[in-house]
Design a protein around this ligand. Sequence first.
Ligand SMILES: Cc1cc2nc3c(=O)[nH]c(=O)nc-3n(C[C@H](O)[C@H](O)[C@H](O)COP(=O)(O)OP(=O)(O)OC[C@H]3O[C@@H](n4cnc5c(N)ncnc54)[C@H](O)[C@@H]3O)c2cc1C
Length: 362
Amino acid sequence: MESKLLYKTDIVVIGAGQAGLSSAYHLKKLGLVPGRGFVVLDQSPQPGGAWQYRWPSLTLSTVNRVHDLPGLAFSETLDNDAPQVRANVAVPHYFEVYEKTFGITVYRPVKVKVVCEREGRFRVETDRGFFAARGIINATGTWETPYIPEYRGAEKFTGEQLHTKDYQTADVFKGKHVIIVGGGISAIQLLDEISQVTTTTWVTRRPPLFREGPFGAEEGRAAVAAVEERVRKGLPPASVVSVTGLPVTPAIEAMKARGVLKRREMFSEITERGVQWADGRAMNADVILWCTGFRSSLDHLMPLMLREENGGMVMAGRLATMVAKDPRVHLVGYGPSASTIGANRAGRAAAMELMEYLGLRA
Ligand SMILES: Cc1cc2nc3c(=O)[nH]c(=O)nc-3n(C[C@H](O)[C@H](O)[C@H](O)COP(=O)(O)OP(=O)(O)OC[C@H]3O[C@@H](n4cnc5c(N)ncnc54)[C@H](O)[C@@H]3O)c2cc1C
């Protein structure tokens, strides 16, 4: 694409991870012609959504589960389904095969900088040109928006502060004391790896919610329903762990046995050399690793004024993908659909509802 040209299309899909690819598959299946009917834009250099950036030790045995995209099973694209296969290799390969198999053209790297309204259409401004569209399916995930809570003194700390997003390997922490902050699955996985090579302290805001027993389809549905209820009311989506709890896996049992799963309450401030608790206790550290999650990457939609005062959005439609304030905008991979299985289903609902709303279905 040459820059500064204006391309006219019916629907722009922003993001080509699980959510964007599922949406694109269904738009095409429902009869929309790629190009004139819809285009898919993604800022990353390669197929794979955020999976291309995950740390190398995240393997097919340590991910929760990567659900199939519609029409092609993940397992069919795996040369080797050994548990140690890296997720940041296998999933990007799956998405690449998927795009080719279904003729889904993704324009990349194309970063959407801002979406605004012009004469009844959306104007999608990218770093490679402009698009005019009648509808938007936003599927930009969360990876670009790491969240680190603010603590007094953070700027004074002379050690290193990192986020989950920056993590590559535990080996770089050898010989350093690492404080790991966060009560989610990523925090536990990184604590497990880092505590095998150096000393660690684990702090969380609330006592972690360990969940004994199986987590089957029924529990999964209940967790999704709880998040869906929130976004339908316009509340910001809750974290996954707050609705599912942390499953007690053999890895967690082993961490307990090694004595590294001792949680401390959150410190109250960061000092030059480490952290300090409200009662005056202090601890030196070389690294603070913030495993404090991500927020939805939605800043480019700001001019559309979709948010409520509390930062949430009132979501509507069959699977809560439609923004109630503007039914021409669907968010897939947001709230109840922020998982590979959820994004997959939501892509279909969003494609159907948006095409119906815009009168694009025969
Ligand atoms: C460490 C970690 C492990 C996880 N493990 C699992 C798991 O095992 N199972 C599971 O179901 N879920 C897991 N999840 C949740 C997971 O992120 C989602 O399930 C799913 O991969 C998200 O897909 P997505 O399409 O919504 O987003 P992403 O995969 O993040 O894709 C978003 C795409 O949008 C693009 N993009 C972003 N902003 C822009 C922009 N402005 N312009 C253009 N393109 C843009 C990005 O380049 C990216 O390709 C995990 C999350 C994390 C952080």
